[in-house]
Write a protein that binds this ligand. Structure first.
Ligand code: FES
Length: 102
């Protein structure tokens, strides 16, 4: 289990852009929502299963901006270094963030 410091918040997040199944959707960010919750609030149907950071089925890549993963029991360090996150555990930490489900 990895736990990053919660002190890495740069700016309040305003928008989340999600690329899923060839469609790009931008939604206003609701404070406290994970990236997965943001996608679901935008009426998208992203993949997920456990919602506790164990299974990896919700993984997506951050291509712009940043997020803090509350819990990660699924991704390796090199995947995290490449920008992969567990969206069910990720709270955005930049003004805007762009997430791609591949
Ligand atoms: S849904 Fe299982 S790790 Fe996110």
């Amino acid at each position: 289990m990895t736990a990053e410091s919660a002190s890495c918040v740069d700016a309040p997040t305003e928008e989340v852009t999600i690329e899923l199944e060839g469609r790009t959707t931008t939604t206003r960010y609701r404070k406290g929502d994970t990236l997965l919750q943001s996608a679901r609030s935008a009426e998208l149907r992203p993949p997920y299963s456990c919602e506790i950071g164990n299974c990896g089925s919700c993984m997506a890549r951050i291509v712009e901006g940043s997020a803090h993963m509350v819990n990660n029991d699924a991704l390796e360090d090199d995947e995290v270094a490449e920008g992969w996150v567990l969206t069910c555990q990720s709270l955005p930490t930049s003004r805007t963030v762009r997430v791609v489900y591949e």
